[in-house]
Design a protein around this ligand. Structure first.
Ligand code: NAD
Length: 493
């Protein structure tokens, strides 16, 4: 890693891309409007960004449609597409400090994480999906006779992608990589809090050889640019990551427009279940990571800790020790391990949960919003114990560094408590009893169960939820299913 001074000086000399990226070039919003993009860790303005609305979405969808129909990308062979996306992965790696800094400045997360996790992760996800491009075969049905019934996977056409701010580059990548590799055109609407890495990514994609019009970015607000994409009559599929409330709106938009396919990755309140026979030191390390990584702004954050009552006091002590070790500060300092919330509004929302939590449960550590460098967007790592089952902080997604500890006595009780949620994104189980781990894995209604770890995730495994955490899967070759349709071509001879 480079030094604090290096990242500060690079940040001061950054040239931000701030306009819409449509048909391979930067253009102002048609209305000429912009919005202020604030660095949450200083409260200061970084730049003004084009505020796209339905007219810009129209232009971007038209560019994407034209590119799709004339085959400049959709009719390339999978191997040709692979080469371009591999180039993009290489370019992200060559510009890793810049891509990392854009996300750190935009949403306040530590540079150590964007340099080591987010930016290289994006490169790797592009690479992984690209490498898979020419390794998937179509099928021929066993009809027999003088017939050949081909079952082919074909691209859908124009994909609209709307993503959140918590991992700006990676959330965009999880959609873009499989969508582009399978031959679609894309219009991406990044979150208004974090548009910068997506705009730079678009420029890198062109440098990598992606033809104009295939990938477009329209920055702007959810209610106008996001909604316009969701309601567009010429978008074939809308992929979304964000809150459950907005996910439901996309289903409504689709129903009220062209019945486009909608795939949703939404909220979570993931339980982390610890039995006394687990490695408790490791469980405590990972439980702290599971809730405090990325300021707790993680959809699959392990925000509910369910511990066996016999080890509750021991685990509460271990968790408090880990929380005390977290270093909050300037996200550009490589020594910082927890940065700012994405903006003051979100920090205030988290603070409201802290105040509710103080009435509902026992505060172990933290519990306040505070300032660093003149910014009020920082929240202390916070732990509550003795949290009643029906408490707000045990039920609602807080999306901040706030852990709710509850206890159980029996395995069945743990399962019942874990499943008592409208969400079903992920769960963790800590035990040295393999049979128990497998029993629980079967009974937990979630998309991913991590055993003796938290938040297990890779390019090779599907990621997504059940219940109101959404449906459809990002990552792995299964992600290609969202971006393709099965087409039957039956030949008689
Ligand atoms: P959000 O739902 O407020 O915003 C997400 C995106 O939707 C943004 O681009 C926003 O501009 C857009 N949007 C907002 N209102 C809209 C509207 N009325 N119409 C159309 N678009 C609209 O979510 P957020 O605050 O950016 O992100 C946090 C949420 O994302 C959390 O709930 C978190 O759990 C979820 N998330 C889920 C996953 C997952 O994979 N399941 C991953 C990351 C984040």
């Amino acid at each position: 890693m480079q030094s604090f001074e290096y990242y500060t000086s690079l940040a001061n000399s950054m040239d931000f891309r701030t306009k819409c990226w449509i048909d391979g070039q930067f253009v102002s919003a048609k209305s000429g409007e912009t919005f202020e993009n604030i660095n949450p860790s200083t409260g200061k303005k970084l730049c003004d960004v084009a505020r796209g609305n339905s007219n810009d979405i129209d232009a971007a969808v038209n560019a994407a449609r034209t590119a799709y129909e004339d085959g400049r990308w959709s009719e390339k062979t999978p191997s040709e597409r692979k080469e371009v996306i591999l180039n993009l992965a290489r370019l992200i790696r060559e510009n890793v400090s810049e891509m990392a800094l854009l996300d750190t400045l935009d949403m306040g997360k530590p540079i150590s994480e964007t340099v080591n996790v987010d930016a290289p992760g994006s490169a790797f996800f592009f690479q992984w999906h690209a490498e898979a491009a020419d390794k998937i075969y179509d099928e021929i049905a066993p009809t027999g006779g003088r017939d050949i019934a081909m079952i082919r996977r074909v691209p859908l056409g124009v994909i609209g992608a709307v993503v959140p701010w918590n991992f700006p580059l990676d959330m965009a990548t999880w959609k873009l990589a499989p969508a582009l590799v399978t031959g679609n055109s894309v219009v991406l609407k990044p979150a208004e809090q974090s548009p910068l890495s997506a705009l730079r990514l678009a420029e890198l994609a062109k440098e990598a050889g992606l033809p104009d019009g295939v990938f477009n970015v329209v920055p702007g607000f959810g209610e106008d640019a996001g909604q316009a994409l969701g309601r567009h009559m010429d978008v074939d599929c809308l992929v979304f990551t964000g809150s459950t409330a907005v996910g439901k709106l996309f289903q409504k938009y689709a129903g009220e427009s062209n019945m486009k396919q909608v795939w949703l990755e939404t909220g979570g309140k993931s339980p982390n279940i610890i039995f006394p026979d687990a490695d408790l030191e490791k469980a405590a390390d990972m439980a702290a990571f599971g809730i405090f990584f990325n300021q707790g702004e993680v959809c699959s954050a392990n925000s509910r800790l369910l511990v066996h009552s016999s080890i509750k006091d021991e685990m509460v002590g271990k968790l408090r020790d880990r929380a005390e070790m977290i270093k909050q500060g300037d996200p550009l300092d490589p020594a910082t391990t927890m940065g700012a919330m994405v903006d003051v509004n979100h920090a205030k929302k988290v603070e409201r949960f802290l105040n509710v939590g103080k009435l509902e449960a026992k505060l172990i550590i933290g519990g306040d919003r505070f300032s660093i460098n003149g910014s009020d967007a920082f929240i202390q790592p916070t732990i509550f114990s003795d949290v009643p089952e029906d408490a707000t902080i045990a039920r609602d997604e807080i999306f901040g560094p706030v852990l709710a500890i509850q206890t159980f006595d029996t395995e069945n009780e743990a399962i019942e408590m874990a499943n008592k949620s409208v969400y079903g994104l992920a769960a963790s189980v800590w035990t040295s009893d393999l049979a128990r781990a497998m029993d629980l894995s079967d009974k937990l209604h979630v998309g991913t169960v991590s055993v003796n770890t938290v938040d297990a995730l890779s390019a090779m495994t599907p990621f997504g939820g059940m219940k109101q955490s959404g449906f459809g899967r990002d990552l792995s070759v299964h992600s290609f299913e969202k971006y393709t349709a099965l087409k039957t071509i039956w030949v008689k001879y």
